[in-house]
Design a protein around this ligand. Structure first.
Ligand code: LLP
Length: 448
């Protein structure tokens, strides 16, 4: 299971108080209940209802600076491109852009979002295994920093498009380093039989081809081996392969100015032992530091995950054997990760009184008509009742971005807490907005 793969699955779940203590943005106030950056989450739930995503601007900033400073201390100062797929809200992109972050995008839509949030083209890199001609055209017209090319076929297509536009595409070849990231199979991307990247053996010939093609300027190599990686071994192995390839290309007389190390740094969901930015920086320096290349990073989860919670209310507690079902008003359509990857997310009551009660064993589920709509099985939680509220933790990455309106459930509201204040950054979707763009063909309405 994804979040437990590299850790000890037998150790007990962290308690509610342990979860809070390990998260600098959270605290429990006797009267006001759970606070995010000193703002009572109950006040937000009172005003906005639930389910509701709440992000901490302070956490985004703090983590960005921690990462940047750890890298600078190692003396490698890579360009940091936030992986927009983790959280694509314009306010989040603007906030990180203001800190100096660039963007890593994987679609024309994400590229347009990054631009709409004010991130300049020269701070955008474009990854992805199936960029369309229209997306490549957009990337070239926005003059983005670099396109990470994932196949020989894409390279030829890009050359033709760039020539047609009279532009030059700066490209990095995405290498598939064939390294097992040791995470959930659905988010491992650097194994030879994954669809991503170019197999290392094919890189020298393709890089030479790129250098000879009109409209193409190869600037370096890129990689991304997977996500929620909590140990350094796979990163070290992949970086070493990249270094060997850079040397091989240079031996052929080719110019390599840049290595894009992708994302993947894991976070603590369940008291997990994680890697640190300092360890990542050390690995980058050890394997790539002597190459005289500009380094690039594409972190998503590490920056965004701990910056968000999903607030939800208990609809009812269904007594059952072997244990009760706590039925929430949030569901798999809001936060898909537990259902899709069996991911473990901390669940914390908003009430200090409830949080202090002796825990019992329960299942926490959503109301959607699928058994997979389960947030936690056999979780030890203080007893909850209809109307109780909870925060689901580490919901800032791959949360709202993966939401759907399945079961005709409108998209939840989103709120940003910043410096003691909070603001709605996306109102709850209205029910009629669900079908606003749907058309009933006239011949159907004429009948009867
Ligand atoms: N760069 C590329 C090319 C990627 O494909 C990804 C993530 C990242 C950077 C950012 O990786 P991160 O730093 O966030 O690990 N939905 C899944 C995660 C999918 C990640 C896909 N690629 C989840 O909820 O766990």
């Amino acid at each position: 299971m994804m979040d437990m793969h590299v850790t000890d699955t037998d150790r007990p779940d962290p308690s509610v108080m342990e979860l809070i203590a390990a998260r600098p943005s959270l605290s429990m106030h006797a009267m006001d209940g759970l606070l995010l950056d000193d703002v009572p989450l109950n006040a937000i739930a009172d005003a906005q209802g639930t389910p509701c995503w709440v992000y901490s601007a302070g956490t985004f900033r703090r983590r960005y600076r921690l990462l940047r400073d750890a890298l600078a201390e190692a003396g490698i100062a890579p360009h940091i491109h936030f992986a927009v797929k983790a959280n694509d809200h314009l306010a989040v992109l603007r906030l990180l852009g203001n800190e100096g972050a660039g963007a890593d995008v994987v679609s024309g839509g994400e590229l347009s979002r990054a631009r709409a949030a004010g991130i300049p083209g020269e701070r955008i890199v474009f990854s992805g295994v199936g960029k369309t001609a229209a997306e490549l055209t957009l990337a070239l017209s926005e003059g983005i920093a670099q396109i990470n090319v994932e196949s020989a076929e894409e390279l030829e297509m890009l050359s033709a498009i760039a020539c047609g536009m009279g532009r030059t595409a700066r490209i990095a070849l995405r290498v598939n380093p064939d390294v097992d990231a040791g995470t959930h199979p659905k988010i491992t991307t650097g194994l030879a039989d994954n669809k991503f990247g170019i197999q290392a053996g094919d890189v020298p010939a393709l890089y030479a081809r790129a250098a000879s093609l009109p409209g193409i300027e190869p600037v370096g190599l890129a990689m991304h081996i997977g996500s929620q990686i909590n140990v350094m071994t796979p990163f070290l192995a992949a970086f070493r392969r990249m270094a060997i390839l850079v040397q091989a290309l240079r031996d052929q007389g080719l110019t390599v100015r840049l290595v894009d190390c992708g994302g993947g740094l894991g976070i603590d969901y369940r008291g997990d032992v994680t890697s640190t930015p300092a360890a990542l920086a050390g690995a980058m320096k050890a394997e790539l530091g002597g190459l005289d290349v500009q380094l690039v990073l594409e972190p998503g989860r590490w920056l965004a995950g701990p910056a968000g919670v999903l607030l939800s209310s208990v609809v009812l507690v269904k007594q059952s054997r072997p244990r009760p079902f706590v039925v929430l008003d949030a569901a798999m359509n809001d936060l898909l990760r537990p259902s899709l990857y069996e991911a473990w997310h901390g669940i914390v009551p908003l009430s200090a009184v409830e949080a202090a009660h002796m825990p019992i064993d329960c299942d926490v589920v959503g109301p959607v008509c699928e058994t997979g709509d389960t947030f936690a099985r056999s979780r030890s939680l203080p007893p909850l009742q209809g109307g109780s509220r909870v925060a689901i933790l580490e919901a800032g990455a791959y949360g709202a971005v993966m939401s759907s309106t399945y079961n005709a459930r409108p998209l939840a509201a989103q709120v940003l807490v910043d410096d003691g204040h909070w603001a709605v950054i996306r109102p709850r979707q209205t029910v009629d907005a669900l079908w606003r763009d749907e058309v009933i063909p006239p011949h159907l309405t004429r009948q009867g």
